[in-house]
Design a protein around this ligand. Structure first.
Ligand code: SF4
Length: 524
């Protein structure tokens, strides 16, 4: 039973976000999974005072601590390190800086020996030594600073069930896939990363560590008297996802939830084969696609149509990248190559097209929106998919992310914009008699970028006549990405070659001005 009040819970979750009983909410999923296996779960949202921390008493098994679906520093600060203002309408609500550490310290204060499990993005991507943009230094693994017993990385359903079972049986927590622990010895099967004290001061060692990061291996990093040990990620299969997303979520949300606009969204798959260097998804949930079965997704939509608040509109049908649904490969559990460029990968979009066509014909459904981002280079493999999107699944605008037009920068981002013009011409052809637009996302200040490259970007935006520039995002070096490694070390970890980086705010502001002035000029 999931409760937010009461006592004698097996597990108490402390979260930096509001709790939503929804399949898009990481806490919502973990609570439902534990509940389905018979564990009682208490949830404390955004605690600040002692009364709030002790309000549910001591759990029988453990506390689970998470900042939520976003790193708390990213949540609290802009890319220029300015404090974001509390704004519930823009989903910026109070969260302590370094929320996982703050919550763990409080728990230690009030419940000295109760086991603590940390998870979510903040813990997952700070599991090894990492560059912290906000402190501008290399910090050690969050597992040391939090004094938690175990860290769960990636999606944590399998891990938390195994942890709960072991704690129930009073067994140790060694060897659980998808977790990290601190251990005195390691065996010869483990890949050893450069030591903490080496990566702290030596940028080359830091880049070598980055190159070794992978979720499919056991990895260890030596600290003073012991090792931070990562156990390889567990295998999640279609049937696992089908089970998780079939749990009885009520879709009830907190009034200030960041998911309110996604109440009737449906997840189709996990993973992303894009491997963009500025994104950490591959080190969190993996770079191989695991899709739900078509029948399981359609069943979820049929259930949604019976929801009393449903008005006929599915808010989103997608995943990390919407048009990667069905791009599973049977070799994914044994292969470490990159799928996007692999000839074995089925890029036809056939499974996705079947799903979209069947989903929109379900009685009670008026429209299925696809608001998750799409990879337009992949979409060009089947123009019928672009037509399906234009005809049935856009809510006024389709957002795409070319990120930049300088090949010097996009190469360092691991993006390929060669098919941009092809995609635009397909879109315009299918969209001729409709009032729908494309919106574009760009990123500036990424390693490799400079004033000259941003001017080139501005000129090409003008030349291509792009009017709906949705967003110029200033690159933020978040923990554990390849791009962050480039920013900190000045080295590309994939080639070990030097990379130009912009770290001073004056130049970052100048980059923004070049594009913002251009935007204003275009409006007048
Ligand atoms: S064989 Fe190709 S498509 Fe299959 S998992 Fe490996 S890289 Fe991906």
């Amino acid at each position: 039973m999931i409760k937010k009040t009461g006592s004698n819970f097996d597990i108490i979750i402390i979260t930096g976000e509001y709790y939503d009983d929804h399949p898009l909410s990481p806490v919502g999923i973990i609570a439902r999974v534990l509940d389905a296996k018979g564990y009682s779960v208490g949830i404390i949202e955004k605690p600040e005072t002692k009364e709030q921390f002790v309000s549910l008493g001591e759990p029988n098994l453990c506390f689970c601590v998470t900042a939520g679906s976003m790193d708390s520093m990213l949540h609290n600060y802009t890319p220029m390190k300015r404090k974001r203002k509390d704004d519930p309408y823009n989903h910026v609500t109070k969260m302590p800086n370094r929320a996982v550490l703050f919550y763990c310290n409080k728990i230690k204060q009030y419940f000295k020996s109760t086991p603590m499990v940390i998870g979510g993005i903040e813990a997952s991507l700070r599991r090894f030594a990492h560059y912290d943009y906000w402190d501008n230094k290399v910090r050690r693994s969050i597992l040391y600073d939090s004094r938690a017993n175990i860290l769960v990385y990636g999606n944590g359903e399998k891990q938390i069930l195994e942890i709960a079972e072991r704690l129930k049986q009073r067994k140790d927590l060694i060897g659980i896939k998808g977790t990290c622990i601190i251990k005195r010895e390691i065996d010869e099967t483990v890949t050893v990363l450069p030591r903490m004290k080496e990566v702290k001061d030596d940028v080359k060692k830091f880049a070598l560590m980055q190159k070794e990061f992978c979720i499919y291996k056991n990895l260890a990093q030596e600290y003073e008297n012991n090792y931070l040990l990562q156990y390889q990620y567990p295998t999640y299969k279609t049937r696992d996802l089908d089970w998780i997303y079939s749990l009885p979520f009520t879709r009830k949300m907190h009034p200030q939830s960041s998911l309110k606009m996604a109440k009737f969204s449906v997840v189709t798959h996990r993973g992303c084969i894009g491997n963009c260097n500025f994104c950490s998804l591959s080190l969190h949930q993996g770079e191989k696609i695991i899709s739900r079965s078509e029948e399981n997704i359609l069943d979820e939509i049929r259930k949604i149509t019976k929801h009393p608040a449903f008005k006929g509109y599915i808010d989103d049908l997608g995943g990390p990248t919407a048009n990667m649904y069905g791009m599973d490969c049977e070799l994914k559990n044994s292969c470490t190559n990159h799928c996007l460029t692999c000839k074995n990968l089925d890029k036809s979009h056939d499974r996705l097209l079947d799903l979209l066509k069947k989903a929109r014909k379900i009685p009670g459904v008026k429209k299925i929106f696809v608001r998750s981002g799409i990879r337009y280079d992949l979409a060009c493999h089947n123009p019928e998919y672009i037509k399906e999107m234009v005809d049935h699944h856009i809510s006024g605008t389709l957002k795409i992310a070319p990120e930049h037009f300088s090949s010097k920068v996009t190469e360092l981002m691991n993006k390929d914009n060669a098919s941009f013009d092809t995609f635009i011409s397909y879109f315009n052809q299918f969209n001729k008699h409709k009032k729908q637009d494309l919106r574009y996302y760009f990123m500036i200040g990424h390693p490799g970028d400079n004033i000259q490259e941003v001017r080139l970007l501005r000129d090409l935006i003008n030349k291509k006549g792009l009017v709906n520039i949705n967003h110029f995002q200033l690159f933020t070096p978040t923990p554990m990405t390849n791009s962050t490694c480039m920013y900190w070390t000045g080295l590309n970890p994939l080639t070990m070659k030097p990379v130009e980086t912009i770290c001073d705010y004056k130049t970052k502001k100048k980059l923004k001005r070049i594009l913002l002035n251009n935007k204003r000029k275009r409006r007048t």
